[in-house]
Design a protein around this ligand. Structure first.
Ligand code: EPU
Length: 424
């Protein structure tokens, strides 16, 4: 798998009802930190159920650039990483600029080698995305953090356990500090920690490596530092965002879809809102059936850290709101500029009033009209693909390469469920 930069388009003819069964893959936002965690040990780490995404390829190249041996087996969805000999403590800026998760190598490098250097990470443009929480945490561990013109220079002796209060429960910030704390001397307490399932997955992998962690999935994580960590063999948890995107696709087309390999607890925020909107959700072990035989109704969503409604499904849910009877409301409380995609939906005929950069009112139901629209990032791209499923005529999603960063074959999966969709 290579990194593609080609501008791609996705064409959809709307109006098909989705039916069938689809297997959900591993979560991007769990695979990337797990790969970074391999830097904490010189032993072999093997990660299964790795989604084949561009961001995973970027992390593969980034770890290789640091000196790790990385073998991505695309057939088995498995990556093997051995970071026995690290030669560089500075991930290549061109890779760091591509995704925010690249900053996750700084915590492990600092904890194991006492040094790291990085430019500020790039990634989807969703508003301000600082790394202050990470940097303040590193300082608390006793590291010297220098902010230079080109980025950050981190140096330290062995990190010292400490109490860290996070101003905001940052997702990647919690992961970075959690990884660093595992090799610190003494006890670290992280207060106001984030509790996303992907962070719990990372914590369990770290435990498998010999880390002593309690409080995972709560806002207070306690870590007893150890001198060294061993390798791991672990599996990436199912992607609640891929599952959520397909579940919303099933609901808006009034179809009936079974999603296999999904975890009920991770899906709870979406499940509640789907049911409130009139869709049916049924569970049988790790399979989720979504159907919407009747009308959809207006709802309100507030995007918040887990277990709040996932900000990454906010745009997809907006499409459902355009198909629902009444006045729906979105309050995006995680990012301060993640409603820019609404102008693309408006171009398709959606009736959306932006109150400010974080709040929108959507009136429905509206028959969307197919046209050419532009993906701005991973999740807004998925939103426009879903809009195309219910639009009249042909929708062309431009700059669809964003989707490859976060979804493994979304187009193929939707086509297998009956959508008229293909890359063009
Ligand atoms: N924030 C601060 N200070 C900080 C760090 C963050 O105020 O030091 C604020 C940000 O400004 C932002 C909010 O906190 O408004 C959320 O940022 P957070 O750091 O929690 O999110 P992230 O780590 O940048 C991860 C995911 C995102 C996902 C968010 C929220 C990864 C690699 N990325 O981002 O995923 O939207 O958490 O759950 O895990 C995606 O997959 O498409 C994606 C954008």
């Amino acid at each position: 798998m290579a990194i593609t930069t080609a501008t791609e388009r996705i064409r959809t003819i709307g109006g098909r009802v989705l039916r069938g069964r689809v297997a959900i893959g591993g979560a991007k936002n769990a695979a990337l930190p797990a790969m970074a965690a391999a830097l904490l040990t010189e032993e072999d780490c093997v990660l299964e159920n790795v989604p084949l995404l561009e961001d995973v390829v970027v992390m593969t190249e980034l770890l290789r650039a640091l000196g790790a041996e990385v073998d991505l087996d695309t057939e088995r969805h498995r990556v093997r990483i051995r970071a026995a000999e690290i030669e560089s403590f500075e991930p290549p800026p061109e890779l760091v600029a591509r995704m925010r998760a690249s900053f996750l190598v700084t915590g492990p490098l600092l904890a194991r080698f006492g040094r790291a250097r990085s430019i500020p990470p790039g990634g989807c443009q969703l508003g301000s995305r600082p790394v202050d929480v990470d940097l303040r945490g590193f300082r608390k561990f006793g590291a010297q953090v220098e902010v230079t013109e080109s980025g950050f220079e981190l140096r330290s002796g062995r990190l010292r356990g400490c109490e860290i209060y996070m101003d905001y429960p940052s997702h990647t910030g919690t992961e970075n500090l959690l990884m660093a704390a595992c090799l610190a001397q003494g006890t670290t307490t992280i207060l106001n920690a984030a509790a996303e399932p992907e962070i719990v997955n990372l914590g369990q992998i770290l435990q498998d490596m010999g880390a002593r962690i309690s409080g995972l999935g709560t806002s207070r994580i306690v870590v007893q530092g150890v001198d060294r960590l061993r390798g791991y063999r672990a599996s990436v948890l199912p992607d609640r965002l891929e599952a959520g995107t397909l579940a919303i696709a099933a609901a808006i087309t009034h179809g009936e879809v079974i999603l296999d390999h999904v975890r009920e607890a991770d899906m709870a925020p979406l499940t509640h809102k789907l049911r409130e909107a009139g869709a049916e959700v049924w569970w049988s072990e790790s399979s989720m059936l979504v159907r919407a035989p009747g009308p959809l109704y207006a709802t309100e969503i507030q995007a918040l850290p887990f277990p709040g409604f996932p900000t990454d499904l906010q745009a997809a849910f907006a499409v459902l709101m355009t198909q629902a009877q009444g006045r729906s409301r979105i309050f995006e409380r995680v990012f301060n500029d993640r409603l820019r995609y609404t102008s693309e939906l408006q171009r398709m005929g959606a009736r959306i009033e932006l109150i400010d950069r974080q709040q929108a009112i959507i009136e429905g139901p509206v028959k969307l009209q197919g046209t050419a629209v532009r993906a701005l990032d991973i999740r807004s791209g998925a939103c426009l693909v879903l809009a195309g499923l219910v639009a009249e005529g042909e929708t062309i999603v431009l700059e669809a390469h964003h989707l490859r960063r976060g979804y493994e074959d979304l187009v193929g999966k939707l086509a297998a469920l009956g959508a008229d969709i293909h890359y063009a």
